[in-house]
Design a binder for this molecule. Sequence first.
Ligand code: GDL
Length: 547
Amino acid sequence: MLFPQVKKLEKYGEYSFDGAVSVSLCESDIEYEKLFDTVFGGISSPEGKLVISCKKAAAEPTHGQEEYSLVISEKGGKVFSEVSAYYEEGIMRGLQTIKRMLLKNEFILGNINDYPSFKVRGYIEGFYGKPWKARERLEMLSLMALFGENTHYYAPKDDPYHRDKWREPYPEKKAAELKRLIDKAKSLYVELYYCIAPGLSMKYSSDEELQALFDKTRQLFSMGIKNFGLLLDDIPSDLFYEEDKKRYGNAVRAHIELIGKYFSFLKSLSPECRLTVCPTAYHGKGDERELTGLTGNIPSEVSVFYTGSDICSKEITRAEAEYFEKNNNRQPLYWDNYPVNDAEMFMEMHIGPVIGRDKELYKSCEGIISNCMEYFNCNKFSLITLAAYMWSPEDYEPERAFSEAVSFMLPENEREAFVLLADQFRTSCLHDENSRIMGEYLSAASVRLSTGNYESALEILTEYTDKINSAAVSLSEKSSPLYKELSRWIKKFILMSDILTLALSVIKGEDKKAGLKRKMRKYNESATVLTAFCFREYIESVLDYEN
Ligand code: GDL
Protein backbone atom coordinates (compact mmCIF):
# COMPACT_ATOMS: atom_id res chain seq x y z
CA MET A 1 0.00 0.00 0.00
CA LEU A 2 1.24 3.46 -0.88
CA PHE A 3 1.63 5.80 2.04
CA PRO A 4 0.83 8.68 2.00
CA GLN A 5 -2.03 7.83 -0.31
CA VAL A 6 -1.58 9.06 -3.90
CA LYS A 7 -4.39 10.88 -5.68
CA LYS A 8 -4.86 8.55 -8.68
CA LEU A 9 -3.64 5.02 -9.10
CA GLU A 10 -4.08 2.44 -11.87
CA LYS A 11 -2.44 -0.61 -10.46
CA TYR A 12 -1.82 -3.87 -12.27
CA GLY A 13 0.65 -5.54 -9.94
CA GLU A 14 3.26 -5.35 -7.21
CA TYR A 15 6.92 -6.21 -7.10
CA SER A 16 9.53 -6.74 -4.38
CA PHE A 17 13.24 -7.25 -4.87
CA ASP A 18 15.24 -10.06 -3.30
CA GLY A 19 18.25 -8.64 -1.50
CA ALA A 20 19.90 -5.24 -1.72
CA VAL A 21 18.81 -2.79 -4.41
CA SER A 22 20.90 -0.28 -6.30
CA VAL A 23 19.39 2.57 -8.26
CA SER A 24 20.42 4.24 -11.49
CA LEU A 25 19.29 7.22 -13.51
CA CYS A 26 18.74 6.86 -17.26
CA GLU A 27 21.72 8.33 -19.05
CA SER A 28 19.61 10.63 -21.17
CA ASP A 29 18.22 12.38 -18.09
CA ILE A 30 21.45 13.99 -17.02
CA GLU A 31 19.75 17.35 -16.40
CA TYR A 32 17.96 15.78 -13.42
CA GLU A 33 21.10 14.25 -11.97
CA LYS A 34 21.25 16.69 -9.05
CA LEU A 35 17.72 15.89 -7.93
CA PHE A 36 18.35 12.19 -8.38
CA ASP A 37 21.54 12.38 -6.29
CA THR A 38 19.76 14.29 -3.54
CA VAL A 39 17.25 11.47 -3.15
CA PHE A 40 19.25 8.38 -4.07
CA GLY A 41 22.87 9.44 -3.43
CA GLY A 42 24.66 6.62 -1.65
CA ILE A 43 22.66 3.78 -3.21
CA SER A 44 23.06 4.71 -6.86
CA SER A 45 25.21 2.68 -9.24
CA PRO A 46 25.51 2.58 -13.05
CA GLU A 47 23.78 -0.82 -13.35
CA GLY A 48 20.96 -0.35 -10.85
CA LYS A 49 18.13 -2.81 -10.43
CA LEU A 50 15.81 0.13 -10.07
CA VAL A 51 16.06 2.31 -13.16
CA ILE A 52 14.67 5.80 -12.92
CA SER A 53 14.01 8.24 -15.69
CA CYS A 54 12.83 11.82 -15.33
CA LYS A 55 10.97 13.74 -18.01
CA LYS A 56 9.60 17.24 -18.24
CA ALA A 57 5.85 16.98 -18.76
CA ALA A 58 4.50 18.66 -21.89
CA ALA A 59 1.76 20.66 -20.22
CA GLU A 60 1.51 22.92 -17.16
CA PRO A 61 0.05 21.00 -14.20
CA THR A 62 -3.52 21.54 -13.15
CA HIS A 63 -2.89 20.87 -9.43
CA GLY A 64 0.09 23.05 -8.58
CA GLN A 65 3.83 22.92 -9.07
CA GLU A 66 4.30 19.71 -7.13
CA GLU A 67 2.10 17.54 -9.36
CA TYR A 68 3.83 14.58 -10.96
CA SER A 69 3.06 11.32 -12.74
CA LEU A 70 4.77 7.97 -12.39
CA VAL A 71 4.77 4.96 -14.69
CA ILE A 72 6.26 1.88 -13.04
CA SER A 73 6.89 -1.45 -14.71
CA GLU A 74 9.05 -4.53 -14.20
CA LYS A 75 11.07 -6.56 -16.67
CA GLY A 76 13.66 -9.26 -16.09
CA GLY A 77 14.07 -8.54 -12.39
CA LYS A 78 14.48 -4.79 -12.93
CA VAL A 79 11.99 -2.09 -12.03
CA PHE A 80 11.62 0.85 -14.42
CA SER A 81 10.13 4.00 -13.07
CA GLU A 82 9.47 7.11 -15.11
CA VAL A 83 8.71 10.34 -13.30
CA SER A 84 7.26 13.18 -15.28
CA ALA A 85 6.44 16.66 -14.09
CA TYR A 86 6.43 20.13 -15.52
CA TYR A 87 8.29 21.62 -12.54
CA GLU A 88 11.34 20.33 -10.71
CA GLU A 89 9.30 20.41 -7.49
CA GLY A 90 7.08 17.74 -9.07
CA ILE A 91 10.06 15.63 -10.15
CA MET A 92 11.36 15.84 -6.56
CA ARG A 93 8.04 14.70 -5.04
CA GLY A 94 7.84 11.84 -7.55
CA LEU A 95 11.38 10.71 -6.72
CA GLN A 96 10.49 10.73 -3.03
CA THR A 97 7.46 8.52 -3.73
CA ILE A 98 9.76 6.01 -5.48
CA LYS A 99 12.15 6.21 -2.53
CA ARG A 100 9.34 5.33 -0.10
CA MET A 101 8.47 2.29 -2.21
CA LEU A 102 12.13 1.34 -2.26
CA LEU A 103 12.51 1.65 1.52
CA LYS A 104 9.50 -0.64 2.02
CA ASN A 105 10.61 -2.80 -0.91
CA GLU A 106 7.03 -2.72 -2.19
CA PHE A 107 6.71 -1.41 -5.73
CA ILE A 108 3.33 -0.69 -7.19
CA LEU A 109 3.32 -1.53 -10.89
CA GLY A 110 1.06 0.82 -12.82
CA ASN A 111 0.36 4.50 -13.30
CA ILE A 112 0.21 7.17 -10.67
CA ASN A 113 -0.88 10.77 -10.84
CA ASP A 114 -0.30 12.66 -7.66
CA TYR A 115 -0.27 16.07 -5.99
CA PRO A 116 -0.64 17.36 -2.44
CA SER A 117 -3.84 18.83 -0.99
CA PHE A 118 -2.39 21.42 1.41
CA LYS A 119 -0.30 24.07 -0.32
CA VAL A 120 2.08 24.62 2.60
CA ARG A 121 3.06 21.50 4.53
CA GLY A 122 5.73 21.75 7.14
CA TYR A 123 7.11 21.69 10.65
CA ILE A 124 8.61 24.27 12.97
CA GLU A 125 11.33 23.88 15.52
CA GLY A 126 9.44 26.34 17.67
CA PHE A 127 9.36 24.79 21.14
CA TYR A 128 10.78 25.84 24.51
CA GLY A 129 13.56 23.47 25.53
CA LYS A 130 16.86 22.16 24.30
CA PRO A 131 17.19 22.95 20.58
CA TRP A 132 17.92 20.07 18.23
CA LYS A 133 21.47 19.35 17.15
CA ALA A 134 22.64 20.55 13.73
CA ARG A 135 22.85 16.99 12.40
CA GLU A 136 19.36 16.20 13.68
CA ARG A 137 17.96 19.17 11.77
CA LEU A 138 19.45 17.82 8.54
CA GLU A 139 17.99 14.41 9.26
CA MET A 140 14.52 15.82 9.91
CA LEU A 141 14.58 17.77 6.66
CA SER A 142 15.29 14.61 4.69
CA LEU A 143 12.64 12.65 6.55
CA MET A 144 9.92 15.23 6.14
CA ALA A 145 10.76 15.72 2.46
CA LEU A 146 10.54 11.96 2.04
CA PHE A 147 6.96 12.13 3.31
CA GLY A 148 6.12 15.05 1.04
CA GLU A 149 6.57 18.16 3.17
CA ASN A 150 7.72 21.36 1.51
CA THR A 151 8.33 23.86 4.31
CA HIS A 152 10.40 24.22 7.46
CA TYR A 153 10.46 27.10 9.96
CA TYR A 154 13.58 27.52 12.06
CA ALA A 155 12.53 29.09 15.36
CA PRO A 156 13.89 27.30 18.45
CA LYS A 157 12.81 29.44 21.39
CA ASP A 158 16.07 28.60 23.17
CA ASP A 159 18.45 29.35 20.32
CA PRO A 160 19.75 32.58 21.90
CA TYR A 161 20.34 34.20 18.52
CA HIS A 162 16.69 33.71 17.62
CA ARG A 163 15.15 35.44 20.65
CA ASP A 164 17.22 36.66 23.63
CA LYS A 165 20.25 37.80 21.65
CA TRP A 166 18.33 38.56 18.45
CA ARG A 167 20.57 41.54 17.68
CA GLU A 168 23.76 39.49 17.62
CA PRO A 169 24.95 37.85 14.43
CA TYR A 170 25.47 34.09 14.44
CA PRO A 171 29.08 33.23 15.29
CA GLU A 172 31.04 31.43 12.60
CA LYS A 173 30.40 27.85 13.73
CA LYS A 174 26.64 28.32 14.19
CA ALA A 175 26.45 30.18 10.88
CA ALA A 176 28.19 27.29 9.12
CA GLU A 177 25.65 24.86 10.62
CA LEU A 178 22.78 27.00 9.43
CA LYS A 179 24.32 27.26 5.98
CA ARG A 180 24.29 23.47 5.72
CA LEU A 181 20.62 23.45 6.66
CA ILE A 182 19.87 26.12 4.06
CA ASP A 183 21.68 24.20 1.33
CA LYS A 184 19.99 20.94 2.26
CA ALA A 185 16.54 22.54 2.22
CA LYS A 186 17.24 23.98 -1.20
CA SER A 187 18.35 20.64 -2.60
CA LEU A 188 15.15 18.99 -1.29
CA TYR A 189 12.87 21.76 -2.60
CA VAL A 190 11.84 22.60 0.95
CA GLU A 191 11.19 26.28 1.70
CA LEU A 192 13.20 27.23 4.76
CA TYR A 193 12.04 30.18 6.88
CA TYR A 194 14.41 31.74 9.35
CA CYS A 195 12.44 33.26 12.22
CA ILE A 196 13.48 36.06 14.50
CA ALA A 197 11.74 37.01 17.74
CA PRO A 198 12.83 40.45 18.95
CA GLY A 199 9.70 41.28 20.95
CA LEU A 200 11.06 40.56 24.45
CA SER A 201 13.44 43.51 24.37
CA MET A 202 13.07 45.59 21.21
CA LYS A 203 12.47 49.30 21.48
CA TYR A 204 10.16 49.66 18.47
CA SER A 205 10.62 53.42 18.19
CA SER A 206 14.39 53.22 17.93
CA ASP A 207 16.09 53.45 14.53
CA GLU A 208 19.19 51.70 15.89
CA GLU A 209 17.05 48.77 16.95
CA LEU A 210 15.49 48.55 13.51
CA GLN A 211 18.94 48.69 11.94
CA ALA A 212 20.07 45.87 14.26
CA LEU A 213 17.16 43.77 12.99
CA PHE A 214 18.04 44.58 9.39
CA ASP A 215 21.73 43.80 9.98
CA LYS A 216 20.92 40.42 11.48
CA THR A 217 18.56 39.71 8.60
CA ARG A 218 21.28 40.66 6.09
CA GLN A 219 23.56 38.02 7.61
CA LEU A 220 20.95 35.31 7.00
CA PHE A 221 20.04 36.65 3.57
CA SER A 222 23.71 36.52 2.57
CA MET A 223 23.70 32.84 3.58
CA GLY A 224 20.85 32.09 1.17
CA ILE A 225 17.67 32.66 3.23
CA LYS A 226 14.85 34.40 1.37
CA ASN A 227 11.98 33.48 3.65
CA PHE A 228 11.67 35.11 7.05
CA GLY A 229 9.41 34.83 10.04
CA LEU A 230 8.85 37.66 12.51
CA LEU A 231 7.53 36.04 15.66
CA LEU A 232 5.71 38.23 18.16
CA ASP A 233 4.21 35.41 20.22
CA ASP A 234 4.67 35.01 23.96
CA ILE A 235 5.66 38.59 24.66
CA PRO A 236 3.92 41.09 26.93
CA SER A 237 0.91 42.59 25.17
CA ASP A 238 1.77 46.01 26.63
CA LEU A 239 4.62 48.28 25.60
CA PHE A 240 7.39 48.64 28.18
CA TYR A 241 9.50 51.61 26.98
CA GLU A 242 8.19 55.13 27.64
CA GLU A 243 9.29 56.26 24.14
CA ASP A 244 7.22 53.44 22.60
CA LYS A 245 4.19 54.19 24.74
CA LYS A 246 4.35 57.82 23.68
CA ARG A 247 4.78 57.07 19.98
CA TYR A 248 2.40 54.14 19.54
CA GLY A 249 0.04 54.05 22.48
CA ASN A 250 -0.29 50.26 22.19
CA ALA A 251 1.73 47.26 21.04
CA VAL A 252 -0.47 46.54 18.01
CA ARG A 253 0.43 49.92 16.45
CA ALA A 254 4.11 49.31 17.15
CA HIS A 255 3.87 45.86 15.54
CA ILE A 256 2.10 47.25 12.47
CA GLU A 257 4.91 49.71 11.88
CA LEU A 258 7.57 47.09 12.53
CA ILE A 259 6.00 44.57 10.14
CA GLY A 260 5.52 47.19 7.42
CA LYS A 261 9.11 48.38 7.63
CA TYR A 262 10.51 44.86 7.86
CA PHE A 263 8.50 43.71 4.86
CA SER A 264 9.71 46.69 2.76
CA PHE A 265 13.26 45.99 3.85
CA LEU A 266 12.97 42.33 2.80
CA LYS A 267 11.54 43.32 -0.57
CA SER A 268 14.48 45.71 -1.02
CA LEU A 269 16.85 42.78 -0.44
CA SER A 270 15.01 40.74 -3.08
CA PRO A 271 11.50 40.81 -4.52
CA GLU A 272 11.45 37.04 -3.93
CA CYS A 273 11.66 37.43 -0.15
CA ARG A 274 8.63 36.27 1.80
CA LEU A 275 7.46 37.10 5.29
CA THR A 276 5.34 35.25 7.84
CA VAL A 277 4.30 36.96 11.04
CA CYS A 278 3.15 35.38 14.28
CA PRO A 279 0.93 37.97 15.96
CA THR A 280 0.81 38.36 19.74
CA ALA A 281 -2.88 37.38 19.52
CA TYR A 282 -2.30 34.06 17.80
CA HIS A 283 -5.23 31.97 18.97
CA GLY A 284 -8.97 32.39 19.43
CA LYS A 285 -11.82 32.84 17.00
CA GLY A 286 -9.95 35.07 14.61
CA ASP A 287 -12.07 38.19 15.15
CA GLU A 288 -10.24 39.57 18.19
CA ARG A 289 -9.51 43.29 17.99
CA GLU A 290 -5.74 42.91 18.58
CA LEU A 291 -5.58 40.53 15.65
CA THR A 292 -7.88 42.21 13.14
CA GLY A 293 -6.39 45.59 14.03
CA LEU A 294 -3.01 44.18 13.03
CA THR A 295 -3.96 42.22 9.93
CA GLY A 296 -6.06 45.10 8.61
CA ASN A 297 -2.96 47.28 8.52
CA ILE A 298 -0.19 45.05 7.17
CA PRO A 299 0.43 44.04 3.54
CA SER A 300 -1.86 41.27 2.36
CA GLU A 301 1.12 39.23 1.03
CA VAL A 302 2.37 38.71 4.60
CA SER A 303 1.37 35.28 5.90
CA VAL A 304 -0.09 35.12 9.39
CA PHE A 305 0.40 32.25 11.80
CA TYR A 306 -2.57 31.14 13.89
CA THR A 307 -2.77 28.21 16.31
CA GLY A 308 -6.57 27.87 16.10
CA SER A 309 -9.15 28.20 18.84
CA ASP A 310 -6.58 27.44 21.56
CA ILE A 311 -2.83 27.56 21.94
CA CYS A 312 -2.98 23.79 21.50
CA SER A 313 -6.17 23.16 19.55
CA LYS A 314 -8.14 19.97 19.92
CA GLU A 315 -9.81 20.58 16.58
CA ILE A 316 -9.16 22.82 13.61
CA THR A 317 -12.08 23.14 11.22
CA ARG A 318 -12.62 24.59 7.78
CA ALA A 319 -15.38 26.83 9.15
CA GLU A 320 -12.92 28.37 11.61
CA ALA A 321 -10.43 29.00 8.82
CA GLU A 322 -13.11 30.66 6.71
CA TYR A 323 -14.09 32.86 9.64
CA PHE A 324 -10.45 33.84 10.08
CA GLU A 325 -10.17 34.76 6.40
CA LYS A 326 -13.31 36.86 6.53
CA ASN A 327 -11.89 38.87 9.42
CA ASN A 328 -8.26 39.10 8.45
CA ASN A 329 -8.25 39.43 4.64
CA ARG A 330 -6.04 36.39 4.18
CA GLN A 331 -6.19 32.69 4.93
CA PRO A 332 -4.56 31.51 8.16
CA LEU A 333 -1.31 29.62 8.14
CA TYR A 334 -1.81 27.17 10.99
CA TRP A 335 0.94 26.86 13.56
CA ASP A 336 -0.30 23.54 14.88
CA ASN A 337 0.84 22.91 18.44
CA TYR A 338 1.02 19.14 18.08
CA PRO A 339 3.17 17.14 18.84
CA VAL A 340 4.97 19.81 20.94
CA ASN A 341 5.06 18.87 24.64
CA ASP A 342 6.84 21.80 26.28
CA ALA A 343 5.65 24.10 29.12
CA GLU A 344 2.77 22.54 31.11
CA MET A 345 2.80 19.48 28.86
CA PHE A 346 6.33 18.38 29.72
CA MET A 347 5.16 15.24 31.53
CA GLU A 348 3.30 14.00 28.45
CA MET A 349 4.79 12.23 25.46
CA HIS A 350 3.07 12.93 22.15
CA ILE A 351 3.59 10.02 19.84
CA GLY A 352 0.07 9.25 18.61
CA PRO A 353 -1.25 10.17 15.17
CA VAL A 354 -2.75 13.57 14.54
CA ILE A 355 -6.56 13.69 14.77
CA GLY A 356 -9.14 16.45 14.87
CA ARG A 357 -8.00 18.30 11.75
CA ASP A 358 -10.81 18.78 9.23
CA LYS A 359 -10.49 16.82 6.00
CA GLU A 360 -11.43 19.94 4.04
CA LEU A 361 -9.23 22.37 5.94
CA TYR A 362 -6.82 22.64 3.01
CA LYS A 363 -9.49 24.41 0.98
CA SER A 364 -9.52 27.41 3.32
CA CYS A 365 -6.06 27.83 4.80
CA GLU A 366 -2.59 28.46 3.50
CA GLY A 367 -1.22 25.36 5.16
CA ILE A 368 -0.14 23.74 8.40
CA ILE A 369 3.17 23.95 10.19
CA SER A 370 3.44 21.48 13.07
CA ASN A 371 5.35 22.52 16.16
CA CYS A 372 7.70 19.83 17.42
CA MET A 373 8.96 18.38 20.69
CA GLU A 374 12.51 18.79 21.91
CA TYR A 375 12.60 14.96 21.88
CA PHE A 376 13.97 14.76 18.38
CA ASN A 377 13.41 11.09 17.57
CA CYS A 378 10.05 10.82 19.30
CA ASN A 379 8.66 13.50 16.97
CA LYS A 380 9.00 11.35 13.91
CA PHE A 381 5.95 9.15 14.57
CA SER A 382 3.35 11.91 14.76
CA LEU A 383 5.12 14.07 12.18
CA ILE A 384 4.90 11.27 9.63
CA THR A 385 1.17 11.04 10.29
CA LEU A 386 0.85 14.82 9.95
CA ALA A 387 2.71 14.77 6.64
CA ALA A 388 0.38 12.02 5.36
CA TYR A 389 -2.68 13.98 6.49
CA MET A 390 -1.47 17.12 4.75
CA TRP A 391 -0.71 15.32 1.51
CA SER A 392 -4.04 13.51 1.31
CA PRO A 393 -6.42 14.52 4.11
CA GLU A 394 -9.45 12.98 2.47
CA ASP A 395 -7.84 9.52 2.59
CA TYR A 396 -6.18 9.95 5.96
CA GLU A 397 -6.77 7.20 8.52
CA PRO A 398 -5.01 8.02 11.80
CA GLU A 399 -4.43 4.48 13.06
CA ARG A 400 -3.21 3.23 9.71
CA ALA A 401 -0.90 6.22 9.43
CA PHE A 402 0.43 5.48 12.92
CA SER A 403 1.22 1.88 12.13
CA GLU A 404 2.91 2.97 8.88
CA ALA A 405 5.03 5.37 10.91
CA VAL A 406 5.94 2.63 13.40
CA SER A 407 6.86 0.23 10.58
CA PHE A 408 8.95 2.88 8.94
CA MET A 409 10.77 3.82 12.14
CA LEU A 410 11.40 0.49 13.81
CA PRO A 411 12.61 -3.00 12.88
CA GLU A 412 9.92 -5.65 13.06
CA ASN A 413 11.16 -7.19 16.31
CA GLU A 414 10.80 -3.88 18.18
CA ARG A 415 7.32 -2.95 17.03
CA GLU A 416 5.12 -4.94 19.39
CA ALA A 417 6.79 -3.64 22.55
CA PHE A 418 6.80 -0.12 21.20
CA VAL A 419 3.11 -0.20 20.30
CA LEU A 420 2.25 -1.40 23.82
CA LEU A 421 4.27 1.46 25.27
CA ALA A 422 2.82 4.01 22.82
CA ASP A 423 -0.67 2.79 23.79
CA GLN A 424 -0.08 4.74 27.00
CA PHE A 425 0.82 8.04 25.24
CA ARG A 426 -2.42 9.31 23.84
CA THR A 427 -2.97 12.02 26.45
CA SER A 428 -2.56 15.36 24.67
CA CYS A 429 -4.46 18.44 23.56
CA LEU A 430 -6.06 16.18 20.96
CA HIS A 431 -7.80 14.33 23.81
CA ASP A 432 -7.54 10.97 22.22
CA GLU A 433 -8.67 7.97 24.22
CA ASN A 434 -5.60 6.78 26.12
CA SER A 435 -4.57 3.14 26.67
CA ARG A 436 -6.96 1.73 24.08
CA ILE A 437 -5.32 -1.71 23.95
CA MET A 438 -5.05 -1.92 27.73
CA GLY A 439 -8.66 -0.75 28.11
CA GLU A 440 -9.91 -3.48 25.78
CA TYR A 441 -8.15 -6.22 27.75
CA LEU A 442 -9.17 -4.87 31.15
CA SER A 443 -12.80 -4.33 30.26
CA ALA A 444 -13.05 -7.81 28.68
CA ALA A 445 -11.65 -9.28 31.91
CA SER A 446 -13.89 -7.23 34.15
CA VAL A 447 -17.05 -8.30 32.26
CA ARG A 448 -16.04 -11.92 32.79
CA LEU A 449 -15.24 -11.42 36.48
CA SER A 450 -18.55 -9.73 37.14
CA THR A 451 -20.40 -12.58 35.47
CA GLY A 452 -18.53 -15.17 37.52
CA ASN A 453 -16.32 -16.36 34.67
CA TYR A 454 -13.11 -16.36 36.72
CA GLU A 455 -11.02 -18.72 34.55
CA SER A 456 -11.63 -16.82 31.36
CA ALA A 457 -10.93 -13.46 33.07
CA LEU A 458 -7.67 -14.83 34.39
CA GLU A 459 -6.71 -16.01 30.93
CA ILE A 460 -7.21 -12.54 29.46
CA LEU A 461 -5.35 -10.80 32.29
CA THR A 462 -2.49 -13.27 32.07
CA GLU A 463 -2.17 -12.73 28.35
CA TYR A 464 -2.02 -8.95 28.69
CA THR A 465 0.28 -9.01 31.72
CA ASP A 466 2.68 -11.35 29.89
CA LYS A 467 2.72 -9.05 26.88
CA ILE A 468 3.47 -6.00 29.05
CA ASN A 469 6.13 -7.88 31.01
CA SER A 470 8.01 -8.91 27.92
CA ALA A 471 7.61 -5.41 26.42
CA ALA A 472 9.05 -3.96 29.65
CA VAL A 473 12.03 -6.33 29.50
CA SER A 474 12.75 -5.53 25.89
CA LEU A 475 12.32 -1.76 26.39
CA SER A 476 14.63 -1.78 29.40
CA GLU A 477 17.39 -3.29 27.23
CA LYS A 478 17.26 -0.59 24.54
CA SER A 479 19.80 2.19 24.44
CA SER A 480 19.36 3.90 21.07
CA PRO A 481 18.57 7.65 21.09
CA LEU A 482 14.82 7.09 20.67
CA TYR A 483 14.63 4.98 23.82
CA LYS A 484 16.94 7.32 25.73
CA GLU A 485 14.51 10.14 25.00
CA LEU A 486 11.72 7.93 26.34
CA SER A 487 13.55 6.85 29.49
CA ARG A 488 11.25 8.68 31.97
CA TRP A 489 8.21 7.03 30.44
CA ILE A 490 9.84 3.63 30.07
CA LYS A 491 10.80 3.70 33.75
CA LYS A 492 7.18 4.21 34.70
CA PHE A 493 6.07 1.58 32.20
CA ILE A 494 8.36 -0.95 33.91
CA LEU A 495 6.77 -0.06 37.25
CA MET A 496 3.35 -0.50 35.64
CA SER A 497 4.43 -3.91 34.41
CA ASP A 498 5.44 -4.92 37.99
CA ILE A 499 2.08 -3.70 39.25
CA LEU A 500 0.19 -5.76 36.68
CA THR A 501 2.15 -8.86 37.75
CA LEU A 502 1.38 -8.26 41.41
CA ALA A 503 -2.29 -7.65 40.62
CA LEU A 504 -2.48 -10.98 38.85
CA SER A 505 -0.92 -12.75 41.85
CA VAL A 506 -3.50 -11.14 44.14
CA ILE A 507 -6.34 -12.32 41.90
CA LYS A 508 -4.86 -15.81 42.05
CA GLY A 509 -5.08 -15.66 45.84
CA GLU A 510 -1.50 -14.81 46.80
CA ASP A 511 -0.96 -12.53 49.77
CA LYS A 512 0.57 -9.58 47.86
CA LYS A 513 -1.85 -6.75 48.48
CA ALA A 514 0.59 -4.76 50.64
CA GLY A 515 3.28 -4.85 47.95
CA LEU A 516 0.74 -3.92 45.31
CA LYS A 517 -0.45 -0.97 47.38
CA ARG A 518 3.15 0.23 47.89
CA LYS A 519 4.02 0.08 44.21
CA MET A 520 0.78 1.73 43.20
CA ARG A 521 1.51 4.59 45.59
CA LYS A 522 4.90 5.01 43.97
CA TYR A 523 3.27 4.92 40.55
CA ASN A 524 0.75 7.61 41.49
CA GLU A 525 3.48 9.80 42.98
CA SER A 526 5.31 10.05 39.69
CA ALA A 527 4.01 12.96 37.62
CA THR A 528 5.08 11.40 34.33
CA VAL A 529 1.89 10.89 32.33
CA LEU A 530 1.17 7.28 31.47
CA THR A 531 -1.99 5.16 31.18
CA ALA A 532 -5.60 6.05 31.44
CA PHE A 533 -8.02 5.78 34.32
CA CYS A 534 -8.75 2.14 33.40
CA PHE A 535 -5.44 1.11 34.96
CA ARG A 536 -6.06 2.72 38.35
CA GLU A 537 -9.62 1.45 38.33
CA TYR A 538 -8.38 -2.09 37.70
CA ILE A 539 -5.79 -1.96 40.49
CA GLU A 540 -8.34 -0.51 42.94
CA SER A 541 -10.75 -3.31 42.11
CA VAL A 542 -7.98 -5.88 42.65
CA LEU A 543 -7.17 -4.35 46.04
CA ASP A 544 -10.85 -4.67 46.96
CA TYR A 545 -11.01 -8.17 45.59
CA GLU A 546 -11.89 -10.98 48.01
CA ASN A 547 -10.85 -14.44 46.81
C1 GDL B 1 3.20 28.75 22.48
C2 GDL B 1 4.39 29.13 21.70
C3 GDL B 1 5.21 27.93 21.26
C4 GDL B 1 5.14 26.81 22.27
C5 GDL B 1 3.69 26.41 22.35
C6 GDL B 1 3.37 25.22 23.23
C7 GDL B 1 3.02 29.62 19.71
C8 GDL B 1 2.74 30.55 18.58
N1 GDL B 1 4.00 29.96 20.55
O1 GDL B 1 2.44 29.59 22.86
O2 GDL B 1 6.53 28.36 21.06
O3 GDL B 1 5.94 25.73 21.91
O4 GDL B 1 2.94 27.49 22.84
O5 GDL B 1 3.71 25.44 24.56
O6 GDL B 1 2.37 28.62 19.81
